[in-house]
Design a protein around this ligand. Structure first.
Ligand SMILES: NC(=O)C1=CN([C@@H]2O[C@H](COP(=O)(O)OP(=O)(O)OC[C@H]3O[C@@H](n4cnc5c(N)ncnc54)[C@H](OP(=O)(O)O)[C@@H]3O)[C@@H](O)[C@H]2O)C=CC1
Ligand SMILES: O=C(O)CCC(=O)C(=O)O
Ligand SMILES: [Mg+2]
Length: 418
């Protein structure tokens, strides 16, 4: 397709996805990137430089990533005009070139535009938010034994309270809705009906099952030992409680799991290794204290959208903070990798912050392409820079004897360690 502002690099090739959702990756794939607002300007160029270095070191001239800038957020309004926060051609480009990466995008609190991050996930039906959490030796952590935190979060990314179905207190819409609830649905429990805003939380069997299916398949493919459904089903019975129920049903119906001692926990056999995978569940508040006290008990996590948002920042803190936590948003055909932290506006343009989150998201991208040698070099580079105590401010302030590096210098330190 013809684009208005997006320049398709002449020497790049297109990644194809076949009918079975298998990727066919050429040697010089076009990779769209969104720079991101705030610190996007600092971290995204460093990510590109580090990934390019890893690919070159692994494959010489035989392979390269061919970067193609696409626009969202404040930069889109500068390129396309006021109020063009997410141009239609950005969505078209990340569909046509189906593996991309993005920096963080600003969302105002209270009013203004809705989250562009959430809109991208919804428009592209990126229903899995995959956030692995692992510890790199030497990273300062509030835990005594941070190495035991090794979890992979599958956060449902398309429904829950994030669907954006909400109305402001005092609006004609909310009055109509409250009137309907009170007069036609027999609702008596709205404490202050005249001054309430209302949000709706849709959670479906279809949405739950496609997410839990991916989580269990991940556990099979990666030899993990358990999948935990994290929910608040004691309070929200027909949304979070149903999530738990549908998750267990899927494990039994599609993966042959059987109940342990009458259930609800189940056990299934990994068809690749013959070992057990336990499917279990835990209520979200209890989970948040257990990940601090007994992180070894958790492995793959499948959870709803809001829980997954909280859990991913909490777990990131256990292994060194949100400057280091990577992520991916996935549909069956499109993959968009992203830094999991926000735009940290007070640091924007200062070349100060940790580029680790977006670089590790790039590492996931390389692995997604099957370029494991380059991905391994990224891990080696990051682990080496941390071991050498050459780190950005967020780690330096907690690490006695460390050398403080800028964002870009940290990228160079990683490259030197590859
Ligand atoms: N996926 C996305 O694009 C996301 C976007 N956002 C958006 O970002 C904006 C700002 O959100 P906010 O709540 O301030 O959260 P942020 O994640 O932007 O920042 C909170 C704090 O986290 C630390 N931090 C974040 N990134 C880094 C980094 N790369 N290196 C080191 N430290 C880091 C900083 O802590 P300290 O001050 O202690 O140094 C920072 O002040 C909002 O508009 C929000 O909606 C938020 C989350 C995700
Ligand atoms: O969209 C936003 O502004 C916040 C998103 C977020 O917190 C996340 O993706 O973890
Ligand atoms: Mg978040």
């Amino acid at each position: 397709m013809a684009y208005q502002h997006i320049q398709i690099p002449a020497h790049g090739e297109t990644i194809q996805v076949d009918a079975d959702y298998r990727l066919h990756v050429p040697n010089h794939p076009i990779i769209p990137f969104i720079e991101g607002d705030g610190i996007g300007i600092d971290i995204t160029p460093v990510m590109r430089r580090v990934l390019d270095a890893a690919v070159e070191r692994a494959y010489g001239n035989e392979r390269s990533l061919v970067w193609m800038e696409v626009y969202a957020g404040e930069k889109a309004t500068r390129v396309y005009g006021a109020n063009e926060w997410l141009p239609a051609e950005t969505l078209a480009a990340v569909r046509e070139f189906p593996v991309s990466i993005k920096g963080p995008l600003t969302t105002p609190v209270g009013g203004g535009i809705r989250s562009l991050n959430v809109t991208l996930r919804q428009e592209l039906d990126l229903y899995v938010c995959l956030r692995p959490v692992r510890y790199f030796a030497g990273t300062p952590s509030p835990l005594r034994e941070p190495q035991h935190t090794n979890m992979v979060i599958f956060r449902e990314n398309s429904e829950d309270i994030y669907a954006g179905i909400e109305w402001a207190a005092g609006s004609p819409e909310v009055r109509k809705l409250i009137d309907f609830l009170q007069n036609e649905m027999g609702v008596t429990k709205i404490r202050f009906p005249a001054t309430s805003g209302v949000g709706i939380k849709p959670v479906s069997a279809d949405g739950t099952k496609r997410l839990v299916r991916k989580a269990i398949q991940y556990a099979i493919d990666n030899h993990r030992h358990s999948v935990t459904l994290v929910h608040k089903g004691n309070i929200m019975k027909f949304t979070e409680g149903a999530f738990k129920q549908w998750g267990y049903e899927l494990a039994q119906d599609e993966f042959g799991a059987t109940l342990i001692d009458g259930g609800p926990w189940c056990r299934m056999t990994n068809p690749n290794t013959g070992t057990d995978i336990i499917i279990k569940d835990v209520i979200a508040d209890a989970f948040l204290q257990q990940i601090l006290l007994r992180p070894r008990e958790y492995d793959v996590i499948a959870t709803l959208n809001l829980n997954g948002d909280y859990i991913s920042d909490a777990l990131a803190a256990q292994v060194g903070g949100i400057g280091m936590a990577p992520g991916a948003n996935l549909s069956d055909s499109v993959a968009m990798f992203e830094a999991t932290h926000g735009t940290a506006p007070k640091y924007a343009g200062k070349d100060q912050v940790n580029p680790g989150s977006i670089i590790l998201s790039g590492e996931m991208l390389l692995r997604h392409l099957g370029w494991v040698e380059a991905a391994d070099l990224i891990i080696k580079g990051l682990a080496g820079a941390i071991q050498a105590k050459t780190v950005t401010y967020d780690l330096e302030r907690l690490l006695p004897g460390a050398t403080l590096l800028s964002c870009s210098a940290f990228g160079e330190a990683m490259i030197a360690q590859m």
